[in-house]
Design a protein around this ligand. Structure first.
Ligand SMILES: C[S@@+](CC[C@H](N)C(=O)[O-])C[C@H]1O[C@@H](n2cnc3c(N)ncnc32)[C@H](O)[C@@H]1O
Length: 369
């Protein structure tokens, strides 16, 4: 293991905390040792507020919000999560799973003192088993906070259990993301995040300077935005389909509820090698239906207008019309070059993506016998 680190803070105003029970528990605490005694192995400040505000900002007013936590410990992070649900006034339920009976009991006591136990279903047991039964009972998971065992395979297993019930914009929060392990040791949450990224793609944000031994909190999301057309200010930028065709983004959706293991992009769209070319052509058409058409029309109008004039004004109009046409031709030529380059890249990406998919299909076939 590398040297212990912590970014848990004690020099803050306790009134900032989302629930007064957290403030009472942290009263007089000035060191990590005192903190562990009073609030257990919790993410602490500003982690509590971080998850409180993430949750408050991500609960859906139009649906029933399921929040799942693994690793309740003595209930401090559970208080932050649940207080956010309470303060949102939206429908929902928090589930929190803890392995050790004494922690489970302390968590319930703390939640009861915090006045929010009615919003939490505290379950005792191994998260990898208990999650299965919770996931049978709920339709989808809006937010998951995975903070139980931090061994690579344990974190990954929890993620895989929850994955089928995540919507595109649901989020999964991980604590202890810093690479604390030496290369020969279990790579823990850090390793699990690499594995998740490799197998499921998605988007990850890592907030390094929060929490403690091991610090770091990361947020994962499958697909935060629906697919959009190319924004007008980026006429030749790759569309979301093109950018996500990089081989590392292609992922095989594992067989799960309502999913027969078909091959998809991480965004959930089926991969079609024709898509990027069609979308590139679409972009070109959209682009040239804007200002270049206007410039061409102006140049033609100037040259046509010149036919009805004579003398200096005729030459001036012909000269400016021709100049505009020349500029336009130069611009088109340089864009054509860009398009050719892009087509080349798309072709390479497609070849890479197809090779990755083939490899994955083969590996899966071997695994399934
Ligand atoms: C780091 S603490 C959780 C801290 C808590 N989330 C917080 O921030 O206040 C990890 C907790 O997970 C529990 N745990 C470890 N392995 C577990 C498992 N397989 N299933 C459920 N809980 C587990 C431990 O007993 C411990 O209480």
């Amino acid at each position: 293991m590398r040297k212990p680190k912590f970014f848990r803070r004690f020099d803050y105003h306790k009134s900032l905390l989302p629930n007064s029970v957290l403030a009472e528990l942290e009263e007089g605490v000035n060191s990590i040792e005192q903190a562990v005694e009073k609030t257990g192995r919790t993410i602490g400040y500003p982690g509590w507020n971080l998850i409180y505000y993430i949750i408050l900002s991500h609960l859906n007013p139009d649906s029933f919000n399921v929040i799942i936590e693994t690793g309740s410990n003595v209930g401090c992070s559970t208080i932050a999560l649940t207080q956010a649900l309470k303060d949102s006034h939206y429908d929902g339920q928090v589930y929190s799973v803890e392995l050790l009976p004494e922690n489970h009991t302390r968590a319930q006591d703390n939640l009861s003192k915090a006045g929010i136990l009615d919003l939490v279903d505290c379950r005792l047991g191994d998260s990898r088993e208990v999650l299965k039964s919770i996931l049978e009972e709920v339709k989808s998971v809006r937010i998951a906070f995975l903070d139980a065992s931090h061994l690579l395979e344990d974190v990954f297993q929890e993620f895989e259990l929850i994955y089928p019930l995540l919507e595109d914009n649901s989020i999964v929060i991980f604590d202890n993301t810093y690479q604390i392990a030496e290369s020969h040791e279990d790579q823990r949450v850090f390793g699990a995040l690499h594995k998740i990224k490799e197998m499921y793609g998605g988007n990850l944000i890592n907030l390094e300077f929060v929490s403690w031994f091991t610090p770091g909190v990361a947020i994962w999301q499958k697909k935060p935005f629906p697919t959009i057309d190319t924004p007008p200010y980026l006429p030749f930028a790759a569309t979301p389909q093109q950018t996500s065709l990089g081989s590392e983004q292609i992922t095989e959706t594992l067989p799960s509820k309502g999913n027969s293991g078909r091959l998809e992009q991480s965004s959930g769209e089926q991969v079609s090698p024709q898509q990027p070319v069609a979308s590139l052509l679409g972009q070109i058409l959209r682009y040239y239906s804007r200002w270049p058409v206007g410039v061409a029309a102006l140049a033609i109008a100037l040259n046509t207008g010149a036919l009805f004039l004579s003398g200096v004004s005729q030459w001036l109009m012909v000269a400016s019309g021709t100049l505009l046409l020349l500029l336009l031709i130069g611009h088109v030529a340089s864009k054509a070059d860009t398009v050719l380059q892009e087509l080349k890249t798309v072709k390479q990406q497609n070849q890479k993506a197809i090779a990755t998919l083939r490899k994955r299909i083969k590996a899966k076939q071997l695994k399934n016998g």
